[in-house]
Ligand binder design. Structure first.
Ligand SMILES: [Zn+2]
Length: 133
């Protein structure tokens, strides 16, 4: 229903403009025929004023349509931002995982008590039995 709201609002602006112009002209003609003097001037004033009012009204409605169309182009940009952020966080976590690997690849744990190099998998020192982790 609201999928092409910008086009609908713009069409509505045209409808408002035409209907208000026709209304102003009809109203002007009615005044023209009923007024004794200056009938044509009253017609011009009402039709002209109605035309300006119709133009302003339709312009406001058209501007709303333009704004609705504008959000259509802004929305995809807003939706892309979280994706770019997630890519950045992925790239940030990736080096952290890489820097953690050398620790695991060294495969040795130096005993804090006797200084003997022990296998990473070991919980206690192979020489003195000190707890390594
Ligand atoms: Zn030890």
């Amino acid at each position: 229903m609201f999928e092409k709201i910008d086009e609908k609002v713009k069409n509505l602006a045209v409808v408002i403009f035409l209907s208000e112009c026709i209304g102003a002209i009809i109203g002007g003609i009615v005044v023209w025929k009923t007024a004794d003097d200056y009938g044509f001037l009253l017609f011009l004033a009402i039709a002209g004023g109605g035309f300006i009012a119709a133009w302003i009204n339709s312009l406001i409605v058209y501007a709303i349509g333009e704004a609705a169309e504008g959000t259509k182009y802004v929305r995809p940009l807003c939706e892309q931002e979280p994706k770019q952020e997630s890519k950045e966080t992925n790239s940030k976590t990736a080096p952290a995982a890489v820097t953690h690997k050398p620790d695991a690849n060294s495969m040795t744990l130096v005993c804090p008590k006797c200084g003997t190099k022990n296998d990473v998998a070991r919980v206690f020192c192979i020489k003195c039995g000190e707890r390594l982790s």
